[in-house]
Design a protein around this ligand. Structure first.
Ligand code: SF4
Length: 519
């Protein structure tokens, strides 16, 4: 993906693409409503939600190189987009209430960004439902009060069929592919059927009916492994293969691709990035020069990690391609720690792939029982998660065993509890760079502590459970709303004002009173 924040840029782009599909690719007017108590009211422009969402309306990919010029593209496409901020009774801080219109129809969608680029569509046209972008979704709009369930059930082969009633009645079909042309023709010929919408999946891994996983807690994983004696990276392959219904070799190949992208991003960052619209200049160049001149306090592994984290963060801030692992704001800590340590230790690529698989397994537990979203859990959800994942990975690089990987992860997460999110000038650059470096440094320390068999005391599952509770108790002002912490310092506000002045008023999307009528 490109952009500063996965929960803003990548997730919103996915939501935008689903909106585009709901409108058969024809969007003329959009009204976006944000709740003043959520994160998006204050961050939608600065952290890239506008960029991602509008890019999705245009049908772009999350890594599309046109994303920085999204405003010009939206104007060229003739889209009229309005944003309103008022009480929409949103329960989640990243709630998008979107109304769409073209010459023929008006549709509505409410969707959430739940962290790390994941999404949930929770309402369409006034009807509560659930979509996560991991199925081929077909919506068959019907004459009020009619039903075609018998016909659909007779076809079979779908993962789910759900009837919904909101402003209109429709059936939601979730499947591994869209309906065949033959079935579409039969449906379109029925008196009950008004029209049909097809929403393509936006996630790289599909879901399916009866999907099961071998374990979803650390305790379950250890029980599963009792007679197997697998390492953490091997358990990750078992999990991913079953979850994604893909061969084990494909899991490794997919991780190889991700590691390749991460390494390429770091290499690109080390060449020196330039980007006008950012608040930090190029820091990695000076660090690299000091390293080469032997002018830093000696620590080959840690200094390499600092350099790699910085290079990755600078690529992210220059709108280059990154892997949101686990998020875009925290895209530096994990790859920087793992690939930096691997480089300093002169290990082959295969070791980095195994280490990143081990990290991913920790990420699954965090995602299942806490969150990656800073809007929900503060920076402990982003950089803290990255640190816990990287700690397990570095143990793997260091030749440690499963118990040591889990211990390192537990210790790294314990050290990260309570980290607040307070981006300076509403940009995901600072203190994000320093926090990513702190997370990576913490990971290295905890990996070595675990390799030396320090006692972590609290099992990983309990730490993750605590992480979730602590995150929710962080005040709203310090959970990516830019309403507290460093975000509201005098200097932060001055930088923000300077950036706004530089942006050029002609390109602003206006916040305006509603003139949008929704049927
Ligand atoms: S402070 Fe942490 S959570 Fe907040 S934007 Fe920066 S990296 Fe993300």
């Amino acid at each position: 993906m490109r952009g500063p924040s996965s929960s803003h840029c990548a997730a919103s782009l996915r939501i935008g693409r689903m909106c585009r599909d709901l409108m058969d690719g024809d969007i003329k007017e959009v009204l976006i409503e944000y709740d003043p108590n959520g994160s998006l009211a204050t961050t939608h422009k600065g952290q890239g939600s506008d960029m991602g969402l509008f890019g999705g309306f245009l049908g772009w990919e999350a890594h599309d190189e046109r994303l920085p010029d999204y405003l010009k593209a939206v104007k060229a496409a003739g889209m009229d987009i309005q944003i309103e901020i008022h009480d929409i009774q949103a329960e989640h801080p990243n709630t998008y209430k979107i109304s769409l219109k073209n010459e023929h129809e008006e549709r509505k969608m409410i969707a959430l960004s739940t962290g790390g680029g994941m999404i949930e569509v929770i309402e369409i046209d006034g009807a509560p439902l659930f979509m996560a972008g991991d199925y081929y979704e077909t919506l068959i709009y019907l004459q009020k009060g009619s039903s075609i369930l018998d016909y659909l059930n007779s076809l079979g082969g779908f993962d789910e069929i759900n009837e919904h009633s909101g402003d209109m009645d429709f059936v939601q079909i979730r499947a591994q592919a869209f309906l065949s042309d033959e079935i579409m023709q039969e449906l379109e010929a029925m008196d009950e059927v008004l029209f049909i919408k097809k929403l393509a999946p936006v996630l790289p891994i599909m879901s399916r009916q009866g999907v099961s996983v071998p374990f979803i807690t650390c305790e379950e994983m250890l029980a599963y492994n009792k007679d197997k004696d697998l390492e953490l990276w091997e358990l990750a392959i078992e999990y991913e293969s079953m979850r994604g219904n893909i061969p084990k070799l494909e899991v490794i190949d997919r991780m190889r691709d991700l590691v390749g992208i991460m390494q390429k991003s770091i290499d690109y960052g080390l060449l020196g990035t330039e980007y006008a619209d950012r608040i930090l200049g190029n820091q990695s160049k000076g660090f690299q020069e000091k390293m080469e001149a032997d002018s830093l306090v000696h620590n080959e592994v840690l200094n390499k990690i600092i350099l790699y984290v910085t290079a990755m963060m600078e690529v992210k801030s220059a709108m280059g391609v990154i892997v949101a692992a686990p998020t875009a704001g925290a895209c530096g800590a994990l790859p920087g720690a793992v690939l930096g340590a691997r480089a300093a230790m002169n290990l082959p690529e295969e070791e980095a792939i195994k280490a990143m698989l081990a990290a991913g397994m920790i990420g699954v537990f965090i995602s299942a029982h806490a969150t990656f979203a800073a809007e929900v859990g503060g920076c402990q959800a982003e950089c803290g998660s990255g640190s816990g994942m990287a700690a397990a990975a570095i143990v793997n690089l260091g030749g440690g065993n499963l118990a040591q990987s889990l211990s390192a992860s537990s210790q790294a997460l314990q050290n990260s509890l309570g980290m607040i999110c307070d981006p300076i000038a509403n940009r995901v650059e600072a203190p994000c760079l320093g926090k990513n470096i702190m997370a990576a440094s913490n990971a290295l320390s905890c990996a070595n502590m675990a390799l030396a068999n320090y006692d972590h005391l609290i099992p990983l599952d309990e730490v993750i459970e605590t992480m979730d509770k602590v995150g929710k108790s962080i005040p709203n002002d310090l959970r990516c709303t830019t309403l507290g912490g460093l975000s509201i310092t005098k200097t932060s506000k001055e930088i923000e004002a300077r950036l706004a002045a530089n942006a050029g008023e002609g390109e602003e999307i206006q916040l305006s009173p509603s003139r949008f009528k929704v049927c």
